[in-house]
Design a protein around this ligand. Structure first.
Ligand SMILES: Cc1cc2nc3c(=O)[nH]c(=O)nc-3n(C[C@H](O)[C@H](O)[C@H](O)COP(=O)(O)O)c2cc1C
Length: 374
């Protein structure tokens, strides 16, 4: 929304628009002020941690562009995480966070690495964290962020000491819960005021970001939208698959038999997703013929995807790898710098606010802006 000033006449014409733009900027700043203060950044937009993708380059680029980058530690050892944090710190002076998977067998050691490196924010993902994990983070004066898939769990996490909540709807890429972002937002945002709540899943444009901020979110988290950032190290074939895909191509993994649970993962349909169905059928047949036990079969099913995300993101094997992606992939249409992605989101949100201010019928901009803030 950059407006060029030329001469006096143009100035007079642009006057209300310029006023509306300034009011829009102030309004957005006020809507996400809590999130910005929580992170110590200018734009309360978190780069959702994506295993293999959210490494030093993308994380630093997001933080350097005014957002809040988060390292995905995935299955990293404490030694690898330590090196990744140090490398990220070498690329940015700005704050960033670390996402840890609660099921990691060395979770407490990974937490110690974050604390020793003086990371300000630790995100505990992939299941309900334990009390001791949150307490250890709290005791070091570091912010603990946790995912809440329902209001009761959000309240429980607050009692356990969570400093912020992330709600992630089923539109998101990667491992997902069953409830959509719009429903989770309505269920949780009006009732959790004690700590900032960040909304994730299906957000690719500033208008949607603004809607969640106006519903009470302190900020948002985006993953899919950042995969095709120029700074993202994802393989060109992985990025190409994102650019080509539409929303309906990002589907959830299917479970064939209730005896063999499959954790839902949203990814682009490819050869591997087809083979996964055939593989489940074959394993289930072997159980039915008593050739393998139920436990052995469950392990085989769980191992099917081992290493698949790395194969796709790093090696560019887009047929047998896992192309984790959210439904917002349909709005990823080209490679862009991280700064451009963040600028677009902000400009789209501000354009909505500015047009509201500008069209306030017959009233001075200043009055309508004050009324909206009030
Ligand atoms: C390729 C990919 C990998 C992901 N890996 C992780 C992960 O390791 N840990 C995690 O908490 N979330 C992971 N996510 C979820 C993101 O952090 C984020 O919450 C999600 O992408 C937000 O929804 P969106 O995809 O609609 O933007 C991943 C998402 C994608 C697309």
């Amino acid at each position: 929304m950059q407006l060029q000033r030329t001469d006096g006449q143009a100035d007079r014409k642009l006057g209300p628009a310029v006023g509306a733009n300034a009011a829009a900027r102030r309004q957005l700043a006020s809507l996400w002020q809590r999130g910005c203060e929580f992170f110590g950044c200018e734009r309360a937009i978190m780069g959702g941690a994506m295993t293999w993708v959210s490494e030093r380059n993308l994380v630093a680029a997001i933080s350097n562009s005014g957002g809040f980058g988060v390292i995905a530690s995935g299955a990293m050892t404490p030694e690898l995480l330590d090196a990744e944090i140090a490398a990220t710190m070498a690329l940015t002076q700005r704050p960033f966070g670390v996402n840890l998977i609660t099921m990691h067998p060395r979770l407490m050691e990974l937490i110690e690495v974050c604390l020793a490196r003086r990371v300000g924010h630790v995100v505990l993902a992939g299941g309900l964290p334990t009390g001791p994990a949150i307490q250890r983070i709290n005791a070091a004066g570091v912010k603990a962020m946790c995912f809440a898939p329902a209001l009761v769990i959000a309240k429980k996490l607050l009692r356990m000491g969570a400093d912020a909540i992330v709600i992630e709807g089923s539109e998101a890429g990667g491992h997902i819960g069953p409830v959509s972002t719009s429903v989770l937002a309505q269920e949780i945002l009006p009732h959790i005021r004690e700590v900032p709540v960040f909304v994730a899943g299906g957000i690719a444009r500033g208008e949607a970001m603004l809607a969640y901020l106006e519903m009470g979110a302190a900020g948002v988290q985006l993953g899919t939208r950042f995969v095709c950032a120029i700074e993202s190290i994802a393989h060109p074939r992985f990025k190409q698959a994102f650019i080509r895909a539409g929303a309906r191509d990002a589907v959830t993994s299917m479970q064939l038999d209730p005896r063999f649970p499959v954790i839902p993962v949203r990814a682009l349909a490819n050869d591997a997703t087809k083979r996964f169905l055939a593989f489940q059928r074959e394993v289930i047949d072997r159980v039915n013929r008593e050739e393998v036990t139920q436990k052995e079969a469950q392990l085989e099913i769980e191992h099917f995807w081992a290493g698949a995300l790395r194969r796709a993101v790093i090696d560019g094997d887009v047929e047998s790898g896992s192309l984790m992606a959210g439904q917002s992939v349909g709005m990823v249409t080209c490679e862009q710098t991280t700064a451009e992605i963040l600028d677009d989101l902000v400009a789209q949100a501000e354009a909505v606010l500015a047009s509201r201010f500008a069209t306030e019928a017959g009233r001075p901009i200043a009055d309508s802006a004050a009324e909206m803030r009030g």
